[in-house]
Structure formats: structure tokens, C-alpha cells
Design a protein around this ligand. Structure first.
Ligand code: ATP
Length: 354
């Protein structure tokens, strides 16, 4: 099966390295999200794939063909930019047919294809409407349809939904995913929104400071984050520094925990999601339980959030309202870190946890 291979793609701007040796194999038909905070190099990586930015090093291979130096227009990729870049004086149909017009396709074919694509993006009958009269979500659909006009091999989108309001954005995430599934086209989307990536992607590529930290399916990224950065970026998490105290036990601030998967010695970092931390009344001791003081509590409707001071570290727990222990801020309680909920990570570099 054909695939897109990034082999050590690097981009330098002078002495600044925007992308460090990105290597990745994307099987045909995958929906990939490049995810990371602002400035991590997502757009630069996407633009190198598109051929809009020359790599300073590395190779790009599609279907076993090296296209590292191939000009953008020969790559047959469809691209949607954050700005959409639609022609405001043209109709929706004319915008969509534009790539066909440039190729000299007959007018009847342009019209037929524009109508077919409008149907595909759920805007039937909008061919003659000026894009300036369309809503944000409708323009988004026109930009997507235009990028698909030439049946591209690869569909590339840079923050395509970021201009939409939250509700429309969620609806479009689902639509985009369904469209991609119908077409089976390999798709790469840049986003800084974790939820968006988790909703749409088959493969989430988590980046920070120009490096790929992890590339894996959404649930794997969530359940087995590769390191502290991924654990923290993918969802709020509790990170605890630990030192191996004996076989299967680790000392953390406030006590010890017995856990599977620990190395024989040295330091580790533990990640525990707030929804996995259990909260009990003070004095209910047991395995993997530590005592703490409730610093803050708030009702979130479906859950209750606790911020608990455990030996000077703040632990966040999310409990079901019915499981809430009878305690007020300033009161003591017991926090449990269940064995199967603690993810053992390599120790964090000292600079990140100074
Ligand atoms: P955002 O989500 O904010 O768009 P990003 O993850 O897409 O961020 P990039 O746009 O890829 O990040 O930029 C990565 C880094 O490279 C940034 O620090 C940026 O300032 C730098 N950079 C990008 N383009 C250039 C350029 N033409 N010249 C110099 N530095 C650049």
C-alpha cells in the first residue's frame, strides 16, 4: 500500500531550527493531525510536505517516489489555508472550478464537477452564490471543495476550523472526518486543539519545539503518552516525581506507591489523570493512598473538582458528585492513586520541573 514517508525532514531559519529531523510513515488513507502549541513547527512541517517550503535536510517520499525537490504544483496535493484564500468576487461554483479552469477543462466539466463537490460538502444549490454572501462555515466548505477539485493524492489543511465559533467548529470536525472517510484520501491537518485532534485523527503527531514527541492513535497518546510533555499537553494531568524505593515501589512526595511497570532503580515521573484519582475521607488508609489537605473545590455539574495539597504538591482530582467526601477546604482527606491509573514516564529534564 502506498504511503507518505517523512525521513528526517528539517527546516532551519539561520541558526534557528524550526523542525528537527521529523520522521514519520503515514499509511494510505490515514487522517493525521499535527498537534502542538503555537510555534512548535506544525505549519512549517505541513508547508514542507506541500512543497511551499524547501527542507534544509531530509527527504519526502510518496508511493516510493522521492519528491523532496518536486515543485508544489507538480505534487497534486490539495491545500486549505487558515485564511481560506477564496476569490471574494467569484461565486462558490467559480471558486471550486478555478483549478479546473486553470487546467483548461471545458466549461461543462467545470460546472458538473463544482456541483458534484458542492453536493459532497453539503452545499447543494450554492453554485451561483457569491462567496462574499456566504457564512463562515459555508466558506469553509467551499475552500474544502476547491482543494478537492483535482482529486488530490494528499489533502493538507492548516488550522482550517480555527475561525469558526465553538459549536460550528465541532460540527465541522465531524463533517470533515466523515468526508475524509468517504473519500479515503490521506489527510494531514494542523491544529493546536487537543480535542479537535482526538476527534478527527487516526494518527496524532504531537510536536513541541520542532520535534515530534509521539505519533500514535488518539487513545494510545492519551493512555500511553511518550513523555511528560505529551501527557500534559493531551489532557490536564498530575505529574509526580518519584524515586524507586524497592522492587515495584516508588517514593513520591507524601508516601510510597506500589506500581507495575517500574524500572529497577532511578527516578521516574508518574502521570495520573484527574478523573482517575480517587478521593476518600481522612483516615481511610490503604495501598497507594496518601493524605492531603483540600485546598479548593468546585462543582462542575457532572463532576466535582478537588485541588488537594499532598506534601506540598497540588493534586487535581475529578470525582462524581455522589462520591464526594464530606470535607470543606482546609480539611484533611485521603487521595488514592490506583495501580492501573499511574503511567510511568521517563524522569522529566530538571529544567522543566525546577
Ligand atoms: P502556530 O500554531 O502559531 O501557527 P506553528 O506550530 O505552526 O505555530 P510554525 O509556524 O511552523 O509554528 O513556526 C515554527 C517556528 O519557526 C516559530 O518559532 C516561527 O517563529 C519560526 N518561523 C516560521 N517561519 C519562519 C521564517 N520564515 N523565518 C524565520 N522563522 C520562522
Amino acid at each position: 500500500m502506498s504511503a507518505l514517508v517523512l525521513d528526517g525532514l528539517t527546516k532551519r531559519y539561520g541558526s534557528f531550527v524550526a523542525v528537527h529531523g521529523a520522521s514519520l510513515r503515514i499509511p494510505h488513507g490515514q487522517f493525521v493531525c499535527l498537534l502542538g502549541p503555537s510555534g512548535c513547527g506544525k505549519t512549517t512541517l505541513l508547508r514542507m510536505i506541500a512543497g511551499l517550503e524547501d527542507p534544509s535536510g531530509g527527504r519526502l517520499i510518496i508511493d516510493d517516489r522521492d519528491i523532496t525537490d518536486a515543485p508544489a504544483h507538480t505534487r497534486e496535493f490539495g491545500m486549505v489555508f487558515q485564511s481560506l484564500a477564496l476569490f471574494p468576487h467569484l461565486t462558490a461554483g467559480e471558486n471550486i472550478a478555478y483549478p479546473l479552469r486553470i487546467r483548461g477543462a471545458p466549461r461543462a466539466e467545470q460546472k458538473r464537477r463544482a456541483e458534484e463537490l458542492l453536493e459532497l460538502v453539503r452545499l447543494p444549490g450554492a453554485a451561483d452564490r457569491p462567496v462574499s454572501k456566504l457564512s463562515g462555515g459555508q466558506r469553509q466548505r467551499v475552500a474544502i471543495a476547491r482543494a478537492l477539485a483535482l482529486s488530490p493524492k494528499l489533502f493538507l489543511l492548516d488550522e482550517p476550523l480555527s475561525a469558526l465559533d465553538a459549536k460550528l467548529r465541532e460540527a465541522m470536525q465531524i463533517e470533515l472526518k466523515q468526508l475524509q472517510q468517504r473519500l479515503g484520501i490521506t489527510t494531514i491537518v494542523v491544529t493546536h486543539d487537543q480535542r479537535e485532534a482526538m476527534t478527527m485523527a487516526d494518527l496524532v503527531v504531537v510536536m513541541s519545539q520542532g520535534r515530534i514527541h509521539q505519533a500514535a492513535p488518539p487513545m494510545e497518546v492519551y493512555r500511553q503518552p511518550a513523555d511528560a510533555f505529551v501527557a500534559d499537553f493531551i489532557g490536564m494531568t498530575n505529574l509526580l516525581d518519584g524515586e524507586i524505593a524497592g522492587p515495584g515501589t516508588v517514593a513520591v512526595p507524601g508516601g510510597t506507591l506500589a506500581l507495575p511497570g517500574l524500572p529497577p532503580s532511578g527516578r521516574v515521573l508518574l502521570s495520573v489523570r484527574p478523573e482517575e484519582v480517587l478521593v476518600h475521607p481522612a483516615g481511610q488508609e490503604g495501598p497507594n493512598r496518601l493524605s492531603g489537605t483540600l485546598a479548593f473545590m468546585r462543582d462542575l455539574g457532572a463532576s466535582v473538582e478537588f485541588r488537594i495539597d499532598v506534601a506540598g504538591r497540588e493534586i487535581v482530582a475529578l470525582s462524581r458528585p455522589q462520591d464526594r467526601p464530606p470535607v470543606q477546604p482546609g480539611g484533611r482527606l485521603t487521595v488514592e492513586f490506583p495501580r492501573e491509573s499511574c503511567i510511568v514516564l521517563p524522569p522529566a529534564p530538571p529544567v522543566e520541573h525546577a
